[in-house]
Design a protein around this ligand. Structure first.
Ligand code: UDP
Ligand code: MG
Length: 312
């Protein structure tokens, strides 16, 4: 039987101290898998440390790399990896060993046994993670699943094995503001889940700041939801209706009881309230317009500085 190829896509940003350990750990797991040939595609996402040198040092046969001209973010790195992938399968995995390589054979088995298109990992605990981050994450999944076009499983990480047709579907999505968790769900296909406990990264620090994560969550949500626009529409409609009713009441009151002196306080309150509301609504619209603006520029998702992959 012809063996199948699996591309291991590794986004790396300032991981110089992890690359070797990562490579050894993955090799240990995959070398004994009969019937599969593994290839690595390392994406150096504009690292400022020696990540690229570390990658080049292990870059023997079957190890490919793409190095970006600057830091474009993990989303761009994953896209570059998937685009460069030509194997029967592709698996995306973090370089800090927070995604246990032992799950790779399990994912392969799942796909082979069930005939599904992808198998993704899901963290069942968030041990070792700041409490506030877990709380925010949970709130994010709730809002996302309720108000956007897609459903995302709580705890799903970007550690995922996919077959060729799913990879092709993902690469065919041209948007430059990418949110992979949403894209994986949006393209459809049957996904199986394997579970694992949270592990600490072997060395270095997470690149996510609280602000960075919040922005990522908001961006991700807006990428897949237009419900905020509908919401402000409904809200605007209801306030208009309320004002109309109020107007009728006032007219009737004036007709029956005669004119009374109106209070300035209530007038000022209403002006401020609606002024604030209009600005809020405009800024929500502005968020979408800003995204449209960036998207219409059609800028590339990443820019390559060097690579050992032959362009064909
Ligand atoms: N990463 C990347 N570009 C970035 C930030 C992160 O390629 O701008 C890579 C990073 O090297 C790691 C993976 O994405 O392999 C996950 O990053 P990190 O560990 O910082 O995130 P966390 O595990 O805390 O979610
Ligand atoms: Mg990590």
């Amino acid at each position: 039987m012809k063996s199948k190829t699996i591309d291991i896509i590794v986004p790396c940003y300032n991981e110089e101290r992890n690359i070797k350990d990562f490579f050894v750990a993955v090799q240990e797991v995959v070398t004994n898998l009969d019937g599969y040939v593994f290839r690595y595609i390392f994406i150096d996402d504009g690292s400022e440390d020696g990540t690229l040198d570390e990658i080049k040092e292990i870059a023997v046969d079957g190890i490919k790399y793409i190095s970006f001209s600057r830091n474009f973010g993990k989303e761009s790195a994953m896209y570059a990896g998937l685009r460069a992938s030509t194997g029967d399968f592709a698996v995306i995995i973090d370089a800090d060993l927070q995604h246990p390589p032992r799950l790779i054979p399990e994912m392969i088995k799942r796909i082979e046994e069930t005939g599904c298109d992808s198998c993704s990992a899901r963290r069942v605990t968030r041990k070792g993670e700041p409490r506030i981050r877990s709380a925010f994450a949970r709130a994010f999944y709730k809002i996302m699943n309720r108000y956007s076009d897609i459903d995302i499983i709580d705890g799903a990480v970007d550690f995922r094995l996919m077959n060729r047709r799913m990879v092709k579907a993902i690469v065919s999505m041209p948007e430059s503001q990418r949110f992979s968790k949403g894209i994986f769900a949006w393209v459809g296909f049957e996904t199986q889940w394997v579970e694992f406990e949270n592990v600490k990264r072997i060395s270095g620090e997470s690149k996510w700041s609280v602000w960075g994560l919040t922005k990522y969550a908001i961006d991700g949500f807006l990428d897949f939801a237009v419900s905020p626009l509908k919401f402000v529409g409904v809200f605007g409609g209801l306030t208009t209706l309320g004002s109309a009713l109020y107007l009728i009441i006032e007219i009737v009151k004036t007709a029956v009881l005669g004119k009374d002196t109106p209070g300035y306080a209530s007038t000022i309150c209403l002006i401020l309230f609606f002024g604030g509301l209009i600005i809020a609504i405009l800024s929500i619209m502005g968020e979408y317009i800003g995204r449209m603006y960036m998207e219409t520029k059609g800028r590339p998702i990443y820019i390559e500085k060097e690579s050992n992959i032959d362009e064909d």
